[in-house]
Design a protein around this ligand. Structure first.
Ligand SMILES: NC(=O)c1ccc[n+]([C@@H]2O[C@H](COP(=O)([O-])OP(=O)(O)OC[C@H]3O[C@@H](n4cnc5c(N)ncnc54)[C@H](OP(=O)(O)O)[C@@H]3O)[C@@H](O)[C@H]2O)c1
Length: 302
């Protein structure tokens, strides 16, 4: 027989007083985990049973809260894991104990840092034939950091078509969760970068259609941090950090007609990576669109 007690420290007497309910399980049960919400109720060891299979003892240790590492079977695929945002996403996911793979046209980057040895690097073009689809086998969640600039038609393809291809293939393969790094709405700038924004919104629509429950779209504005350009490191936070500090408290300015979107606060690349990995791995993370202020808020939790 398994007894389930309320959480917290109680004396033995209190435990009995606060007994919530009894579950009359007549099978050997060592623990109940309330899946992914980090709460475990433990009986400590297998419950001895008598010859007829009934439990001999009701001995139960106190319920306790424990931190549960992600299931070892969880495998995250980062599309564009060798890019600026993608490499930070890979690092964050490895720190959280996930198995991490990356797919991009150039494959393994020249990064000499030790974390790069823990990523499975695959080479493939989301705009080309189906060869890259093998990489989806066994993947439980995807974060797409694929995007870029160029002519209008190039921008539509890389931000839109490439990600639409990925979303379709992932849902056909049964991948549970898909996170897409999109971009904030910059108002008039959208007209200057038409292909970029039209591509982003087309990919978002596909994601929301295919993944109504497991799809998350992050819409950062400018992302700052240390960006590699060849062998150089660009410290974008020199400008980004102070701007973020000021603008995150000036939300009302973003409502000003025409120029308002220019006041959207920049966000640190580590914050984007953290929220993306949370969104890809926590089943309780709400699906849908997360705007800049949401990214800032989620990144400050835990
Ligand atoms: N950086 C910002 O300030 C900012 C702001 C808002 C939103 N975003 C969005 O965040 C995402 C990541 O940005 P980022 O700055 O990290 O860009 P990035 O450094 O240029 O990374 C883009 C990644 O996409 C991969 N890629 C491009 N085309 C591909 C294709 N056809 N198939 C497979 N992989 C492909 C690239 O690798 P290969 O070249 O090896 O293929 C690279 O790893 C983008 O969607 C971007 O629009 C960025």
């Amino acid at each position: 027989m398994l007894q389930v007690y309320p959480q917290g420290k109680c004396s033995r007497g209190e435990i009995h007083d606060k007994l919530v309910f009894r579950l009359d399980f007549r099978r050997k049960t060592s623990s109940i985990a309330t899946s992914r919400n980090r709460r475990f109720l433990s009986t400590g060891s297998d419950i001895p049973t008598g010859p007829n299979g009934s439990a001999k003892t009701d001995k139960v240790e106190e319920a306790e809260t424990v931190h549960v590492s992600p299931q070892p079977t969880e495998k995250l695929l980062v599309l564009g894991g060798n890019g600026f945002v993608g490499s930070h996403v890979c690092k964050e996911a490895l720190n959280r104990g996930l198995t991490v793979a990356s797919l991009s046209r150039s494959g393994r980057p020249s990064i000499q840092e030790s974390w790069a040895n823990s990523v499975m690097w695959h080479q493939g073009n989301l705009l080309s034939t189906d060869s890259w689809k093998d990489v989806l086998k066994g993947v439980t969640s995807i974060i797409s950091c694929v995007g870029g600039f160029g002519s209008n038609s190039e921008m539509y393809k890389i931000n839109g078509t490439a990600n639409i291809n990925a979303v379709r293939a992932a849902s056909e393969e049964g991948v549970k969760r898909f996170v897409y790094i999109s971009a904030a709405d910059f108002g008039v700038v959208n007209y200057l970068l038409q292909g970029y924004y039209e591509g982003k919104r087309a990919a978002e629509t596909e994601l929301l259609t295919r993944y109504p429950y497991g799809g998350v779209i992050l819409r950062p504005g400018f992302i700052h941090g240390t960006r590699r350009v060849g062998s150089m490191k660009l410290p974008l936070s020199v400008i980004g950090s102070p701007l973020e500090a000021v603008l995150q408290h000036a939300k009302s300015l973003t409502q000003v007609p025409l120029v308002g979107p220019l006041f959207i606060p920049p966000v640190n690349v580590n914050a984007v990576a953290k929220v993306a990995v949370r969104a890809a791995t926590e089943p309780v993370f709400p699906p849908g669109i997360v705007e800049v202020y949401g990214i800032l808020r989620y990144s400050q939790q835990r």
